[in-house]
Design a protein around this ligand. Structure first.
Ligand code: TPP
Length: 626
């Protein structure tokens, strides 16, 4: 009689269970995944695909000392359930609950904080090298998906590790999918390997059978390695990983616990670094997710039986608006092309891709390549619009500086999910882009406060003739104030104020107006300016405000350090020393996960929080109002 998941002593008991019991455990784990993620939202399909793989990993390794690095880490839910976090699993992605990604601070079983893709192999090699230098003994394993293998960093790691003296194991979790079906040459190579026979077995089988032939000595067996080189070319369509220095083991059925155990033990016992190629089905065991793995890659709460979202939201998001505006612009201008990095649906470009397939370029999870590729397009006369989430664009900083800004190339950056993003937390908040873009020569940075401005800014950006970023948040695009919204490259004074001004960027205009309303009740007249353009700052409008006001409060959905507010502070300090400038933004720490309103409230970034900060600066006791 197999025990309930909750009754097991995990992860130790996994090593005591037989295969049949583990298979029954897999059923329970899937149930728990579906029950929980249907309530909390999260990365369902990827986790359903790695249930058996995670069980096999815990069967073969001891994660209290062996180090397993989950690439991206969105597939670590099963590992979390098996390593002491089952009772808190319902708090997944909630404020102060479990993170949706591995966190060293959450458990000793988590080896490395991940969230951005393609880092696992480099980190694994680093740990293996440290282990050997310190003469310690434990295994290091990187678990990487075929999608994450489209990122250049993964190859830098493979290239280095394959030739190294230190040993680590790379598990390639190949489900043929990134968020959408995977693309590119490596993906085609993997597809060929998927149907091949399994080279490692042949290699060991060959040695064994040669030894059993009377009169054949060890020397001849060793000589077979030459034959092996010939044989591998003959037997395997692709020998990419072997050429990089890995022993290739696979392909292995990723839902067969015994086959996985055998392959992992082979890799564990080998002296050299091995790459274990595991084939899994994204969404395995939940019909809705198997049919639509892209929909269930990252999902909100849903009805378990139908798979339909619990809340349907007809309101237009910034991503929708971006896609719509791009389609309209592209109809009129055939030089406009779209570049994205494995996130076509996320950034709202699915319809555009259908309408203009030949003008849609998906770089894979390869933000650096996407930006330099766009620079090439621009250098040769096209008008590329690169749409990438703020957090992932961090990876392409050098390409923005050297390949775009240096030559003043007309590349538009549509920066989605800028600002705080909510449940995905630390690794996904887009709170650094204003800091990493506003100091770059030639770059313009625009922050729409709402829908109308967003559309105007995109049109302005594609026609301005140089690098231009439009950064907008996750969520609905509504207009926080009525006005012309006729974006002319200037800031817009929405409300005059005799007691000071808030100059707010983008989504913060809405909160600034709320703060101004709240403070009106306290007898203060605080004006509000929609900054609209934050690089270069509109010196004329901001200069006029600085000349009039004694206090200015800048507001941005970005860390306060080095962003829009810093630029206003420097400008005021140099030209209007009489005005005091306060910068309101996120503190210089990694912000935890939670819903956007919860985080805005916790950090005093919503209307009440901003009003409280202004009241404090004015010496008004405002404590009770919050
Ligand atoms: C640098 C970076 N860009 C984009 C993403 C967004 N992202 C998260 S998971 C994912 C697909 C990963 O595919 P794969 O590694 O094959 O894992 P699977 O979900 O198929 O298991 C993408 C594009 C990311 N996490 N990091």
């Amino acid at each position: 009689m197999v025990k309930r998941l909750e009754e097991l002593d995990l992860p130790e008991d996994i090593k005591k269970l037989d295969t049949e019991e583990l298979e029954l455990l897999a059923v329970q784990l899937r149930e728990k995944l579906i029950d929980t993620v249907s309530e909390t939202g999260g990365h369902l399909a990827s986790n359903l695909g790695v249930v058996e793989l995670t069980l096999a990993l815990h069967r073969c390794f001891d994660t209290s000392k062996d180090r397993i690095i989950f690439d991206v880490g969105h597939q670590s839910y099963v590992h979390k359930m098996l390593t002491g976090r089952l009772d808190r699993f319902s708090t997944l992605r909630k404020l102060d609950g479990l993170s949706g990604f591995p966190k060293v601070g959450e458990s000793i079983h988590d080896a490395f904080d991940t969230g951005h893709s393609s880092t696992s192999i480099s980190a694994a090699y680093g740990m293996a090298a440290a282990r050997d230098l310190k003469k310690e003994k434990y295994d290091v394993v990187a678990v990487i998906g075929d999608g994450s293998l489209t990122g250049g960093l993964a190859y830098e790691g493979l290239n280095n590790l394959g030739n190294a003296d230190s040993k680590a194991i790379v598990i390639l979790n190949d489900n043929g999918m990134s968020i959408r079906p995977n693309t590119g040459g490596i993906s085609d190579h993997l597809a060929k390997l998927r149907v091949s026979k399994g080279y490692y077995k042949f290699k060991t089988g060959l040695k064994r059978s040669m030894r059993s032939v009377p009169g054949v000595g060890e020397g001849i067996v060793r000589g077979a390695s030459k034959l092996r080189d010939v044989a591998k070319y003959a037997l395997v369509d692709g020998v990419f990983f072997e050429e990089l220095g890995f022993t290739y083991i696979g392909p292995i059925d990723g839902h067969d616990i015994d086959a996985l155990t055998e392959a992992l033990m082979m890799a564990k016992n080998a002296e050299e670094s091995c790459l274990v190629h595991v084939l899994t089905t994204k969404g395995k065991g939940y019909r809705n997710a198997e049919i639509d793995p892209d929909v269930f890659h990252g999902t909100g709460p849903f009805e378990k039986t139908t798979g339909l979202p619990k809340k349907t939201d007809p309101k237009m998001t910034y991503s929708d608006l971006f896609g719509m505006t791009m389609t309209e612009m592209a109809e009129r201008d055939d030089k406009i092309v779209s570049v994205s990095a494995a996130m076509i649906d996320g950034v709202g470009m699915a319809e555009f891709a259908k309408e203009f397939p030949e003008r849609t370029f998906d770089a894979g999870i390869a933000e650096q390549h996407a930006v330099t590729f766009a620079a090439g397009l621009a250098a040769a006369g096209m008008k590329p619009v690169v749409s990438i989430y703020s957090t992932f664009l961090e990876r392409a900083y050098d390409q923005i500086v050297m390949d775009v800004c240096l030559m003043d190339l007309p590349v538009v950056f549509a920066i989605d999910r800028a600002g705080i993003v909510g449940a995905d937390g630390e690794t996904h908040h887009g709170v650094f882009d204003l800091s990493y873009l506003t100091h770059l020569p030639n770059m313009k940075v625009l922050c729409p406060s709402g829908a109308a401005e967003m559309r105007q800014m995109l049109k302005y950006a594609v026609s301005c003739g140089g690098p231009c970023a439009v950064r907008y948040p996750k969520g609905h695009a509504h207009d926080p104030y009525l006005g012309e919204h006729d974006f002319t490259g200037k800031s817009i004074v929405i409300r005059e104020g005799k007691d000071g001004y808030i100059i707010a960027a983008g989504s913060m205009v809405h909160h600034a107006l709320m703060a101004s309303d709240i403070l009106k009740g306290e007898g203060l007249e605080i004006g509000v300016v929609d900054a609209a353009i934050v690089k270069p700052i509109d010196e004329e409008t901001i200069g006029r405000i600085c000349a009039e006001a004694d206090m200015i409060f800048t507001c941005e959905d970005n860390v306060a350090a080095g962003g829009f507010g810093s630029a206003v502070s420097s400008f005021a300090a140099e030209n209007y020393p009489g005005v005091r400038v306060f910068n309101i933004g996120w503190p210089l720490k990694f912000i935890e996960h939670g819903s956007i309103p919860e985080l805005m409230h916790r950090y005093g970034m919503d209307g009440y929080g901003i009003a409280g900060k202004i009241a404090k600066a004015k010496g008004i006791d405002f404590g009770e109002a919050r």
